[in-house]
Design a protein around this ligand. Structure first.
Ligand code: PRT
Ligand code: MG
Length: 211
C-alpha cells in the first residue's frame, strides 16, 4: 500500500482528473466528507488529506510515501528528504514581488510582507539586494496600503486580487506548478511499487497535456 499526501481545494480539484486517469479515483471528495484518510479505486493507494504547507513534512518523514505540493510550498520547505520527479502542470501561477500601483520602491532597504519568507530572502540575497521580510499567514495584499510593508511577495494567477487591492507586479520571481514528491527512503526501499506509480503519474500528465 502506498500513501499519497494531498491538500484540499485547488490542488485536490486539479489532481482529480489525474487520479481518475491512473485508475485511482478517490472514494469520496474531501469537501463532502470529514475523512482525512481516503481510500481510492486502487486498493494499493490511499490519500491523506493535509494542509497544503504540511505536504512536504508528511513525505519527508515517511508518514506518506508520496505527495502533491505546490512549488511555492517546496521552495519554502527546502525539499530536504524529498525527490521531486514530476511536474504535474496543474495549479499553475507565478510568485511575484508586487507593490502599490505607480509607487517608487526604495532603492535601499525594502520591507516585504509575505508568507514566503525563505523564498524571498533567498531570491533577493542571490541578487545582492537587502530586504526585511515580515511574516504573514494570509491577506498579504493588505500590508502595503496600511504601512506594514513597501511590497509583498505572493502568488498571482489572473492578477485580479492584486488589481482589486491597488497593487501591480513589480517583478516575477518563480513560475509555480504542483509537483509530485517522493520520500527518499521509499524510493529506495519500495523501488518497484514507487517506480510503477511514478510511471502511471507521468502517463496521466502526458495524456492530460495532449487532451
Ligand atoms: O488553505 P490552506 O491554508 O491549507 O493552504 P493554501 O491557501 O496554500 O491552499 P490553496 O488551496 O489556496 O493553494 C494551494 C496551492 O495552489 C498553492 O500552494 C499554489 O501552489 C497553488 N496556486 C495556484 C495558488 C494560486 N494558483 C493562487 N492564485 N495558490 C494561491 N493563489 C491565491 C494567491 O495567493 C492570491 O491570494 O489566489 C490569489 C491570486 O489569484 P488571482 O487569480 O486573483 O491572481
Ligand atoms: Mg487557502
Amino acid at each position: 500500500m502506498l500513501t499519497l499526501a494531498v491538500s484540499k481545494g485547488r490542488i485536490f480539484d486539479e489532481c482529480l482528473p489525474l487520479l481518475e486517469a491512473l485508475d485511482a479515483a478517490p472514494a469520496n471528495h474531501p469537501d463532502s466528507s470529514r475523512r482525512l484518510v481516503v481510500p481510492t479505486q486502487d486498493a494499493d493507494l490511499r490519500l491523506l488529506i493535509v494542509r497544503a504547507a504540511d505536504v512536504p513534512t508528511y513525505v519527508q518523514h515517511g508518514a506518506a510515501d508520496l505527495g502533491v505540493a505546490g512549488k511555492d510550498v517546496l521552495l519554502e520547505h527546502g525539499g530536504e528528504g524529498l525527490y521531486e520527479p514530476l511536474d504535474l502542470r496543474i495549479a499553475r501561477c507565478t510568485m511575484v514581488l508586487a507593490a502599490p500601483r505607480g509607487a517608487a520602491l526604495p532603492a535601499g532597504h525594502l520591507r516585504v510582507a509575505t508568507k514566503y519568507v525563505r523564498c524571498t530572502q533567498r531570491y533577493f540575497a542571490a541578487r545582492g539586494r537587502q530586504v526585511e521580510t515580515i511574516k504573514l499567514y494570509g491577506s498579504m495584499e493588505l500590508a502595503p496600503g496600511v504601512g506594514l510593508a513597501d511590497a509583498i511577495v505572493d502568488l498571482v494567477d489572473t492578477g485580479g486580487t492584486l488589481r482589486a487591492n491597488g497593487l501591480e507586479v513589480v517583478e516575477p520571481m518563480y513560475c509555480i506548478s504542483a509537483r509530485l514528491v517522493v520520500n527518499k527512503a521509499a524510493m529506495k526501499m519500495q523501488h518497484e511499487k514507487v517506480g510503477d506509480m511514478l510511471r502511471r503519474w507521468a502517463e496521466a500528465v502526458e495524456a492530460e497535456v495532449r487532451a
